[in-house]
Design a protein around this ligand. Sequence first.
Ligand code: SAM
Length: 342
Amino acid sequence: MSKKLIDQHVYDLIQSAYTANVLYALTKARVFDQLLVKPASADALAADLGLDAQALQALLQFAHAIQLLKRDGEVYSVARRAFPLAEKGKSWLRSYLLLWGEQLNPAFAKLPEHLATGANAFELAHGKRIWDWYASDPGQNELFVEYMAGVTNQAHLPVVIEELALHGASRVLAVGGGTGSLACGLVERHAHVRADVYDQPSNSRNAAQKIAARGLSERCAFIGGNIFASVPAGYELYTIKHVLHDWDDANAAAILRCIARAMEPGARLTIVEGLLDRPFEGVEPEPGYLHARNIEQRLWTPGRVRTLPEFEALSAQAGLRIEQVTHSRIFDISYIRCAPKD
Ligand SMILES: C[S@@+](CC[C@H](N)C(=O)[O-])C[C@H]1O[C@@H](n2cnc3c(N)ncnc32)[C@H](O)[C@@H]1O
């Protein structure tokens, strides 16, 4: 590779930082929403939205250059590929971008300090650990809940429900199952299955509403509790999806121990989570996404995306052994099936 091309590659990588920042600012200012209502010039749009016309013009030109806006003379309109950034698009990508701008980007600014000391970047940026911060700021918590439900329902669940092997289990408990998306999906797909959700009592009302609205109350219920204190017994299959990556090793092992205590002979646990060392042949997108996801998780929470040997060590501490690992076509999902140690 010539020096010029190498320089170009590095330049492109640095430039990519502008994109998410510009998209965040335009999305937060409701530019895509307004342009969907009425295509407009920068001046007219700035007047409608109460923005600075020159600053807006620069951002619109950038969005046009990256093909998220169309332009006819001075008038901008929304290109189809930008629909997920408008509220009408109902995409999880919009709440992810807003959450990125409000919550993660300030933590990213603390990356050099995190690198030097290992300190939690979210806490450095926001003054509190993630869960305490969410507890103290309902608006930001709501943004997180909206993002989590969106990514789970739109991006993960259609695939997970198809891929998750029940191995004949007919009683399933989704531990840390939020407001019940996975449990509802399993009950809808498998006529013989009862699937309950176990999560913090604060999710009870939303979960109950969702379960009732889908007409599933006879085979699906929400159980409120604390995953560090106890987990209900009596299920053949326990699942825990995208929860352990929020926690450091001591807390992740404590959660697994609680589940292991609840498991009766013959019961199994399937951990549904990314594996940093998974093979990627034939799977899109690139493995680099998983490493970015790991950095995001480390900045956001006290946890991280783990490797299989790390899960083996955690499971062993909890009295479990891993008996099977399969990988989803989604890059940050693998299925790690555990049994009680003999
Ligand atoms: C990252 S979310 C994952 C939710 C869901 N499994 C999904 O994939 O969409 C983590 C979940 O863990 C739950 N959680 C955190 N601490 C908990 C605790 N002490 N007891 C019960 N649930 C807890 C949260 O309420 C939240 O629903």
